[in-house]
Design a protein around this ligand. Structure first.
Ligand code: CUA
Length: 353
C-alpha cells in the first residue's frame, strides 16, 4: 500500500487530530483514503474559490468597462476539467472498492465471538463459553463477530479499528477485523437506541495470546459460592448497566441495595408484594409484570427469560439477599476469584448459537 504520497499527513500508529490510534489492519487504508480525499477536495476548493474571487474582482462592473454579451467556449478547457476530475473520481472508487472488499471478506480462519446488543449493554460470548460485558481479543489474530440485537437497532463502532456495523433485530450481522495493537479501546453504540443510548459504551481490551487465554479462563470460571457467582452474573450479564448496588443510587431501574425483603407497591395492580425469590425471578423473566410507579422507565427492560439457568437464578437471588444482609460491598470484576483451571489451547470451535 502506497502512503508515500502524503507522508506528513499520516501519523503511524498514534492518535492524530483526525483519527484514533490505528488499532487494526483496516486503519492504514482507511486513513490513507480519508486523507487523500480531504486533500484533493481542499486543493480543488482553493483553486475554484480562488479563481472565482480573482475573476469577480478583476472583471467587476465598472465605468468604462464593456463585458462580453455571451460566454465564450473553449474546447481544451472543457475537456481538461472534465477528464481530470473523472480520472480522480475513478481512482477514489477503485481504492474504495478495494478497501471495502477487504472489510467484508473475512479470512478463512477467524476467532468467532457472538455479540448481543440490548438496551443498553453489550454482551460477548467466546468460543469456550465465557461471557463478558467488555470485549477481550488477542492481538494480531483475525476476529469475526456474529452480532444480534435483543430489541432495537444498535450499532457496533470501534473508532480505533475503523470498523462499524449496524446490529439489526432479527438478523445476524457479521463483522471481521484484526487488532494490531495491545491496549484498551472504546466501543460505542452509534445508532440512537432510546433514552440511554449514550451510556451504551464498553471497552475493547486487546491482549497478547497468553493474557487473552488467561482472561477467557477467568471469565469462564463460575465461583462455587452462590453469592460470588451471583455477583459475577450481575457484573457480566448486563444487570450492572441499569441497576446499581449502592443505596439510593438510581441508574435506569431501581437500585438493588436495600431491596431484598422489602415491600414493593405494584403500580399496575396496586397490590403490595414482597421483594423475594418469586419476585426476583418474575422481574427477570417478565419485567413488566409488576412495576414500582417511580420506575415507569423500567418498562424498557427486556425479558431475560431463558437466559439464566436455575442454578444461576438461585445465585442471583443469593447475591441480592446478601446485599441486604450487608455481606457485600460494591466490588469490581477484578476482585472476583482468580482462575483455578489451566488455560485452554487454540481458538476452539466457534459456537454460533
Ligand atoms: Cu444501542 Cu445506541
Amino acid at each position: 500500500m502506497n502512503t508515500s504520497m502524503f507522508p506528513l499527513l499520516l501519523a503511524e500508529h498514534k492518535g492524530s487530530f483526525w483519527f484514533a490510534e490505528a488499532g487494526s489492519t483496516f486503519a492504514e487504508e482507511t486513513d490513507f483514503l480519508f486523507m487523500a480525499i480531504l486533500w484533493i477536495s481542499t486543493f480543488f476548493f482553493v483553486v475554484v474559490v480562488g479563481a472565482m474571487v480573482v475573476f469577480a474582482i478583476k472583471y467587476r462592473r465598472r465605468p468604462g468597462y464593456q463585458g462580453d454579451s455571451t460566454a465564450l467556449h473553449n474546447n481544451a478547457l472543457e475537456i481538461t476539467w472534465t477528464v481530470i476530475p473523472t480520472l480522480i473520481v475513478c481512482w477514489i472508487f477503485a481504492r474504495g472498492v478495494q478497501g471495502y472488499m477487504d472489510m467484508v471478506t473475512p479470512p478463512s480462519e477467524t476467532i468467532d465471538i457472538n455479540v448481543t446488543a440490548r438496551k443498553w449493554s453489550w454482551s460477548f460470548q467466546y468460543p469456550n463459553g465465557a461471557e463478558s460485558n467488555e470485549l477481550h481479543l488477542p492481538v494480531n489474530k483475525p476476529v469475526r463477530l456474529l452480532m444480534r440485537s435483543d430489541d432495537v437497532l444498535h450499532c457496533f463502532f470501534v473508532p480505533a479499528f475503523r470498523t462499524k456495523a449496524d446490529v439489526v433485530p432479527g438478523r445476524v450481522t457479521t463483522l471481521w477485523f484484526q487488532p494490531i495493537l495491545e491496549g484498551e479501546f472504546p466501543l460505542y453504540c452509534a445508532e440512537y437506541c432510546g433514552d440511554d443510548h449514550s451510556i451504551m459504551r464498553a471497552k475493547v481490551v486487546v491482549h497478547n495470546q497468553k493474557s487473552y487465554e488467561d482472561e477467557l479462563v477467568k471469565l469462564n470460571k463460575a465461583p462455587d459460592a452462590p453469592v460470588a457467582h451471583g455477583q459475577q452474573l450481575y457484573l457480566r450479564r448486563g444487570c450492572k448497566g441499569c441497576h446499581s448496588i449502592e443505596d439510593g443510587k438510581v441508574l435506569i431501574g431501581p437500585s438493588f441495595a436495600g431491596s431484598w425483603g422489602k415491600d414493593v407497591k405494584d403500580s399496575i395492580s396496586g397490590a403490595t408484594v414482597k421483594f423475594d425469590e418469586q419476585y426476583v425471578q418474575e422481574s427477570i423473566e417478565n419485567p413488566q409484570a409488576k412495576m414500582r410507579a417511580e420506575f415507569a422507565k423500567a418498562a424498557q427492560m427486556p425479558s431475560y427469560k431463558g437466559r439464566f439457568k436455575p442454578k444461576e437464578m438461585a445465585a442471583i437471588t443469593a447475591f441480592l439477599k446478601a446485599l441486604e444482609d450487608g455481606k457485600i460491598t460494591p466490588e469490581e470484576e477484578s476482585a472476583l476469584p482468580p482462575p483455578e483451571t489451566p488455560a485452554p489451547t487454540g481458538d476452539g470451535a466457534a459456537k454460533t448459537n
